[in-house]
Ligand binder design. Sequence first.
Ligand code: GDP
Ligand code: MG
Length: 343
Amino acid sequence: MRVGITGSPQAGKTTLFRLLTGMAGSKPGVGTGNIGVMEVPDERVRALSDVYKPQKTTYARIGLVDIQSYKGQEFLNAIRNLDALVVVLGSFMGEPGVLDSLDFIDNMETEFYCADLASVEGRLERLKANKAKPVNQMEIPFLEKCKQALDKEMPLRDVEFSPYEQDFVSNFAFYSSKQVILAPNVSEEHLAAGSYPGIEEISQVSDERGYKVVAFSGIVEEEIESLDKDNRFEFLKAYGLTQPGTARIAQAAYAALGLISFFTVGSDEVRAWTVQRGTGVREAAGKIHTDLERGFIKADVVSFGNFSKMGSAKACRDKGLVRLEGKDYVVKDGDIVNVRFNV
Ligand SMILES: Nc1nc2c(ncn2[C@@H]2O[C@H](COP(=O)(O)OP(=O)(O)O)[C@@H](O)[C@H]2O)c(=O)[nH]1
Ligand SMILES: [Mg+2]
């Protein structure tokens, strides 16, 4: 899973990329795109780490790309293999920044519809001309359904697909099925005020399209980054915030991708593991090590909520809050998992 940072020129994309990845070397507008990895901050991991005091604490991570092109085929090529996009809006620049941003979103959506429609129609023509095999005939109603939506400029992410159709969607890697998060980059004053230039237009677009909006301020984030931990909290509080914008953006991207975290704990390492929502515990165990999947017997599972209430694994066991789950159990966000296995 990879996320791209996009938006109009000067909106603050590279600034956000640098903040999210900690890659100090990333330069504005250089090369074909900076590539990095971002940590997904998680208070639960921090809390578990406070209890276990492990040698190592590992947060969830997702790949991040700072996209350097804005439109046309070059833009489409740059984002083809990305699963979600964070669109940075240059709200701190006032009216011109707002207009550029709205133009960018408008143009992006048009390019998505056109590109998806072209691939749907091209595929339909080939299927119909070829008298495709029975298995491919199943694809025709699916493609017709996509075409109907795209003709109405409805993004494919808003179309309800059956699990069977969902497989086709994944194979096509449609543009309009990518998740989008709007990230207005607002001035310091506007961050504190909770309102910013263009907020109404941006809300309207996000309501219509089902985009999540997470405002941040590049300048304020840079200040936060320069503070030590204790001062960060006080600083954020002054803005009425509990978490930096970077944390909120990383978490929004993670959720938009349908990803959840489960945890493993111990004195060596407290760690968040990433799985797609709906993953079975046996497959999830395989993320930790293939042996754990192959030799899976059962898993001890306690929710972070219960752990946090009781304060220790022992207290959870005493209260019967640690469940023994078999391979059919579906992992939930925040599960603390210990896999029993035998190879
Ligand atoms: N005042 C202000 N300037 C910013 C902010 N974020 C970025 N900039 C500046 O805007 C310019 C463009 O930023 P950059 O991240 O390179 O934009 P990009 O073209 O979208 O990658 C740089 O000079 C940044 O220092 C912000 O929140 N406030
Ligand atoms: Mg840049």
